[in-house]
Design a protein around this ligand. Sequence first.
Ligand SMILES: [Zn+2]
Length: 227
Amino acid sequence: MSKANPQPRGHGKAHGRTCVGCGEKDSPAAFVRLVLVDDGSEASRVLVDVGNSSFGRGAHVHARRGCLEKACKGGLSRSFKTRVVANAADLGSEIAAGTDRRLEGLLLAARRSGYLVLGADAVCELLEQRKDVVIVVARDTKTVVSRRPIAEAIAEGRAIAWGTKEGVGRLLGRDEVALVAVTSASIASELRAVFAQGDACRFSGDESEGRAVAGLGRVSAAVSEGR
Ligand SMILES: [Zn+2]
């Protein structure tokens, strides 16, 4: 297979890392680091290095289900040259939990810097004016997603279904928050990247993912049928 985009020799790939699942090289941001826990028992375990800062022997894996599965089926053992017993769904939940905490941190950072807009009316008004904001819709929200600007933002992929009204509210010091908009382009793009990473790691047994995908799917379908 020929490469459509050849890299100049000695550049770009120098810091590439290899996925212990699919075996492909990628940029560091695409990976999650797994650290070997060798407690002297017959089989070793791995932990997710959430902050990318743990000492110890590490391996990199794409933050997605298929690569986690391949890593657990032999990729990790081969990489660490020792028998590693790991469960892909457990690692996926651990990664997703880590991305949830990062999403919380990003929302708080957005609020501190004045880049967070709360409330359905204010968010709708903003969406009418700007196309570059990302909205976060609580998963247990029903009514606000039928409002036209919000439904359009969801259909156009500018929305993230995350958390609950109560959980987002607690994070922001309110009773319940169903909807927020992030108006900083850089925070918004990081928010999407982190969300996508967590979402790609959730296995089908995780009901919260099913709800999120089903919810957004329904809204998108309703919007496109209505046109
Ligand atoms: Zn991979």
